[in-house]
Design a protein around this ligand. Sequence first.
Ligand code: NAI
Length: 511
Amino acid sequence: MPATSQLPFSRIGVIGAGAMGRGIAQLFASAGVPVLLYDTRADSLQQALAFNRELLERAAAKGTLSADALAATLHRLKAASSLDELAGCDLLIEAIVEDLDAKQALFAELEARVAADTVLASNTSSLSITRIAARCRHPERVAGFHFFNPAPLMRIVEVVRGQRTSAAVVTRLARLAEQAGHFPALSPDSPGFIVNHAGRAFSTEALRILGEGIASAAQIDRILRDTAGFRMGPFELLDLTGLDISHAVMESLYQQFYQDPRYAPSPLAAQRVAAGLLGRKSGEGFYRYQDGQQVREAEPRPEPVNLDRPFWLDSQDPELRHRVGLLLSQAGVVLESAETPSARAICLVTPLGEDASTCIDAQGLPTERSLALESFGELDRRRVLMRQPALDPRLEAQARQALGTDGVPVEVINDSPGFITQRVIASIVNLGCEIAQRGIASPLTLDRAVHLALGYPFGPLAFGEHFGTARILTILQGLQACYGEPRYRPSPWLRRRVQLDLPLHSPDAAE
Ligand code: NAI
């Protein structure tokens, strides 16, 4: 633990003792800085102190915190009974209600009490730092310091530079964050900063897929968990956060970006919020909850059918052909090797960014016997088949059974350009590329911030490298062609790097 004298701030005031304020106060008290915590509600303040004490005592009981460190941390963490008591702090961090007027009013009150060089930071997650600072006498000392919940455990904080924030203030906050063990992700003042901006793609694209009736929420969650490595599906996450909160963030970003269709929220989400289907906290969202636990519904198990058809696969990829061939032979049916399918074959196509209908039409395949197999993500944990409107349901049942012969679950979804995994991953990569393009975060900061804050298996740009940047570009072009919407327009950052054969992490050479 660094000595207090080495830290860039000697005394920190935290205003607002709710979920965030109490965590921020605990983080810096643990890092060796004396902290004063203030709240207009005395009961909130006392609850926060009791909460922190209990957490720290539990850590001491488990042996992760020494008795001396426990005593010292508790000694450093004190309540302030008025704003006047914060006058001697050289850093004030507000974590009050998310309301521009309230934050501006608070900063005016603070400026009247503190020294001219005291840094004023806001933990806002959605308001503009520049606007919060706009009514301050010294806007150069105002910055964003955006933590994630729970602040002591989520080892990242966005350090946000408003239009007038001085570079020295950003540097001091970043040093403080590092010394407390957090990664400071530097960002200019931009809607959603880095993480809430980059995180939009996962949920909005999943809601769009749900809204189009392509698959159920549970299917989308299962597919994204098992084929792309997400710890939680988008609908589980929306239920955890609360759809009212998430939908408000989606609407706010959409408006702040002047209705760029990339950020379009879902009408479905608006309706579900109106119906009170908020998630865990209301007992029902995309899933049902009993005593705080999700009620798990068993996955549907289709009736066994007789397999009496050969299969044909459009892909020449030797590994995929080998795997599919092996599976089918286990199921007792053959994978044809001729260039064109026989008259009885069930035809499997493997589109990238196209829907099954387009792919089948382009190859001139029989519509009642053709469906698509997702070959983009992980195939060992879950497989995805995609029907199209003319598919014979009896042949769908055969394909589903044959491709699940080894016990790996098979999902069947409705027609979609880019299935589910392709379009969600491509949307995440594309938004990440836009963030890099606009200079909102450096490529490495972006990936690290998203990985730490959202727990994705990869950051957005690393996702692109993992799945292949040229394939991501193809998927986006397919989506754009299918829907004719600018929502899916590829970012220039992505297109140029594919064209010039550069990794997504490479900045412009001249920079
Ligand atoms: P909360 O509702 O748990 O706590 C807010 C606290 O501020 C309450 O105890 C309230 O009594 C107090 N308060 C309200 N107005 C005040 C004022 N004028 N002066 C002093 N105290 C006042 O809210 P939470 O979740 O802790 O959020 C606080 C801020 O942090 C918001 O700006 C929010 O957007 C942001 N944030 C929240 C995250 C979360 O996951 N909850 C994550 C990151 C940022």
